[in-house]
Design a protein around this ligand. Structure first.
Ligand SMILES: [Zn+2]
Length: 410
C-alpha cells in the first residue's frame, strides 16, 4: 500500500478512536447530584436537561463524524478524485481556472453533504432544547451569503496560491506566505465593519448606566474604546456571548443582546473586562503571530510535497497538478494539524485563565465574575463536569468549575 495513503488512513482512524474514548469517558462522568457551587442556581430539572443536551450532541457528533468519514473513503477509493479531474480537464480551462473549478466542486460537494446535518442540528436539536431562534429565511440567507463570501474572498486567495506554485518555482512558498499573510490581515481588518454586518446588526450600546460603567472601567485600565456594540444574536439562538474583534480603528467590543438581558451591570463589566484582558495580555497578537508562523510552516512543507509522485498515487491520480497537490497535502497535514490544534487549545485555556485573572484584579469584583460564569453555564446548558481527557481534546476554555475555583483562590 502507498505510504501516504497509509499515514492518512491511520491518522483518520486514530482521531476517531481517540474521540470515541474521550466521549465515552465524558458521558461516564455524568452524575445525578449537582455540584455544590451550583446549588440554588441550577434547578434539578434544568440540570438533567443539560445532561440530556450533552448526550444528544455526543450522539449527533458521532453520526456526523462516521458519515463524513464513510463519504470521504467512498469518494477516495471509488477514484472520485481522478474522475473529477478528467472531467474538469476536458474543458481545457488551464491550470488556474481549472484548479479553481476543481477545488470549488469539491468544496460544494462537501457543503452539500454537511447541509442536512446542519439543518438537523439547528432545527431539531437546538429547537428541542429551546435555543433555536433561526427562521428558515435567515438560515437560507446565511447559506447564500456564506457562499457568496466564499467565492468573493476565496477565489483571489486560491488563484494567487495556485499561480505562485505554478510559476514562481522554488520561491513560491515564501512569496505565497507573504501574500497570504497580507490578505488575511486585510480581511481581518475589514471584517468587523464590512463582513460581520452582512450577517448581524450591530448597534451602539445606548447611553445609560451600563454604558457608562463599561466606559469608565475601560478608562481605568487605559483601554481606549469609543463604543460598545450590541449584536442581535437572538436572531439565531438564545445562547449568549461577548467578543472582541478587529484591530486598529476597526476594533470592536461586542455584546450579544441575549447577554444583556440576563446579567447585571457588574456581571457584564466583568465579562467585558475578561475580553479586554485578552487584548491587554496580548493574546490577540499572540494568536495572530502563531497563525502566521503556522501558515509559513505549512507552505514550506507543501513546497516539498506538491510535486511528490507518491502523494498523487495515494489518490489514484495519474497526472500531477498544483491544485490537486494542494488538496491532497491538506489531508496529509491532518495528523500534524491535530497535534498543533491540541497545543493551541492548551495555550488558549491558559490564556482564558489569565484573562479571568486580569478581569478580577482590575474590577476588584471576583463575585460578579463568578456569578456571570455560573449564569452563562446554566443558560447555555454547559457540561459542569467534563472528563479531563475530553477537555484536553476539545476545550478552548477551562471547565467552568475550574475557572470559578481559580478565581476564588485569587
Ligand atoms: Zn476569553
Amino acid at each position: 500500500m502507498n505510504i501516504i495513503a497509509f499515514i492518512i488512513l491511520i491518522a483518520l482512524a486514530f482521531e476517531l478512536v481517540l474521540n470515541g474514548i474521550a466521549d465515552y469517558l465524558n458521558l461516564d462522568m455524568l452524575k445525578d447530584d449537582l455540584p455544590r457551587d451550583f446549588e440554588g442556581i441550577y434547578d434539578p430539572e434544568r440540570y438533567r436537561k443539560s445532561q440530556d443536551y450533552l448526550k444528544v450532541n455526543t450522539r449527533f457528533g458521532w453520526i456526523t463524524a462516521v458519515f463524513n468519514l464513510v463519504v470521504l473513503l467512498l469518494f477516495w477509493f471509488g477514484k472520485g478524485f481522478p474522475l473529477l479531474d478528467d472531467w474538469v480537464r476536458s474543458f481545457n480551462f488551464g491550470p488556474i481556472i481549472g484548479g479553481l473549478t476543481y477545488a470549488a466542486i469539491l468544496m460544494l460537494v462537501k457543503a452539500l453533504v454537511s447541509l442536512p446535518f446542519s439543518i438537523y442540528h439547528t432545527f431539531v436539536i437546538e429547537e428541542r432544547f429551546g435555543f433555536n431562534q433561526t427562521a428558515w429565511s435567515t438560515f437560507l440567507l446565511d447559506l447564500l451569503k456564506g457562499l457568496g463570501l466564499a467565492i468573493l474572498l476565496g477565489t483571489p486567495l486560491l488563484a494567487g496560491i495556485l499561480a505562485f506554485f505554478e510559476y514562481a518555482g522554488s520561491n513560491a512558498w515564501w512569496f505565497c506566505w507573504i501574500a497570504v499573510t497580507l490578505y488575511m490581515l486585510g480581511v481581518q481588518f475589514i471584517a468587523p465593519t464590512w463582513i460581520m454586518p452582512l450577517f448581524n446588526k450591530f448597534t451602539p450600546l445606548e447611553v445609560g448606566e451600563l454604558k457608562s460603567a463599561i466606559l469608565s472601567y475601560a478608562d481605568s485600565i487605559k483601554f481606549p474604546i469609543e463604543n460598545v456594540y450590541v449584536m442581535d444574536g437572538s436572531k439565531r439562538s438564545s445562547k449568549s456571548n461577548a467578543f472582541f474583534t478587529g484591530f486598529g480603528a476597526h476594533r470592536r467590543i461586542v455584546l450579544f443582546d441575549t447577554l444583556i438581558k440576563q446579567h447585571t451591570t457588574g456581571e457584564l463589566v466583568a465579562i467585558l473586562a475578561h475580553e479586554m484582558g485578552h487584548y491587554k495580555k496580548k493574546h490577540i497578537i499572540q494568536s495572530l503571530v502563531i497563525g502566521i508562523l503556522q501558515m509559513g510552516f505549512m507552505l514550506f512543507l507543501l513546497s516539498f510535497f506538491i510535486s511528490y509522485q507518491g502523494l498523487f498515487d495515494a489518490f489514484y491520480m495519474p497526472r500531477t497538478s498544483v491544485y490537486a497537490g494542494l488538496i491532497f497535502f491538506a489531508m496529509l497535514f491532518l495528523p500534524l494539524g491535530f497535534f498543533i490544534g491540541l497545543i493551541m487549545q492548551s495555550l488558549s485555556r491558559r490564556n482564558e485563565t489569565e484573562a479571568d485573572r486580569f478581569a478580577v484584579q482590575t474590577t476588584r469584583d471576583a463575585q460578579s465574575m463568578v456569578d456571570a460564569l455560573k449564569k452563562l453555564s446554566v443558560h447555555n446548558l454547559s457540561n459542569l463536569l467534563p472528563h479531563p481527557f475530553y477537555v484536553f481534546l476539545n476545550y478552548s476554555h477551562p471547565p467552568v468549575l475550574q475557572r470559578i475555583k481559580t478565581i476564588l483562590a485569587g
